[in-house]
Write a new protein. Sequence first.
Length: 448
Amino acid sequence: MLNGKKVLFSGMQATGNLTLGNYLGALKNWVGLCDEYECFYSVVDMHSITVRQDPATLRKRARTLLMIYIAAGIDPEKNCLYYQSHVSGHAELAWILNCFTYMGELNRMTQFKDKSAKHADNINAGLFTYPVLMAADILLYQADVVPVGIDQMQHLELTRDIAQRFNGIYGDVFTIPEAYIGKVGAKIMSLQDPSRKMSKSDENPNASIYLMDDPDTIIRKCKRAVTDSEGQILYREEQPGIRNLIDIYSACTGKTPEEVVKEFDGKGYGDFKLAVGESVVSVLKPLQDRFADLEKNKDYIDQIIKEKDSQVEHMQELMIQRVDRVELLLKQLAKVLANNTNYATLISGPSYNQTKLKFIQLSKVEEHKLLVVVVVEGNIIRNSFVTIDEELSDEELLNLNILLNSSLNGLTIEEINLGVIAKMKEQAGSHRRVVDLVLNEVSEVIRS
Ligand code: ATP
Ligand code: LTN
């Protein structure tokens, strides 16, 4: 949650010219979501360099994409629009998450298989770990929802798996994101081969309508669209070309496919294709006009880029700190136990050795003082106070409690003694002093 709203994250690569498919399948659905969600829309330019790019062209395309976001109606006052490469946390978190992602998982990604077949001369490690950077994009902002097309679902599933794995080890660090399925779900197909999706990287320019195509080009491309010889405008599998044109027409006009079929009953393909072209022009023309205005207003775009960068920079710092703080929490845990003779006594006292821990809760009573409540089997409750060096935030305290309960709950006191010490030994590593301290204390108690 951010400002009382759920967080939404999505992004597009700045590769190639955007198509009508990108607009109808993604961008159009993003407009207006800011009423319900706190929205982050990124120009994911670091993803783009997984295939070779010319720097100047990429820079230009990234800026064009940001302007298209705005021209499509995503209000920069109400949404966070920014470049992925301007926010260092994406790459930083991606590295951390790389260490929690398995080769086998990445090997299964169909996009990796497709792209490496397409770019056989450059199958780089970035192409392989592309989904981890995508996971970092999403998890960096604790996104609750992610609008993605069906082709990106596998990456979103992986993001959820990585987040769950991390949380399982370190407590509740990441929000687990859900896919957001837009109202207009249509997948727009190529105009030249309706069995393939319309794609900005298609080599045949007649296969795609680009957002910046002029009206004549749009109409010409629609007229040349591959159809069939059935001669009837029907919405069915057997006529994939016509079906695709009906999808385009209905997405552009808001009519249902049934209404479209009725409207063109008895009409020829020529008339229908012209109407489809005109409906696309009527949707793209306002976007193109707004884009032309934005192009004239360099200072305005520069100002948005600058402003959003600093806003997002702040958000991501909080998240990265939070991930780093996980380690700190573990140290704190070691300290809490080490500093608390009473607690060490309690958990290693001979009468409780075989009883099971039910619940443990730390709560803040003063800045540097915590109350420890321990409930063991048979509801034996012990309270004691511990002093800590560094004040914990409420969130950290919550995480520490989750961590304690998830790792200790249900164990016997004896197991806890052995387990906690083993765990602390493992986690603390360079903090041997703390571990030694606890070991000493516990052995003291056992001996006495
Ligand atoms: P590329 O050809 O470079 O792989 P692309 O055109 O397939 O790119 P992406 O950058 O992968 O586009 O996707 C951006 C967004 O647009 C994604 O959310 C994706 O689901 C959506 N999208 C892309 N193509 C279509 C399409 N033909 N129909 C509907 N949605 C699409
Ligand atoms: N991989 C996506 C683009 C993308 C993305 C993201 C989408 C990168 N990071 C985070 C949603 C959330 C694509 O190719 N369409």
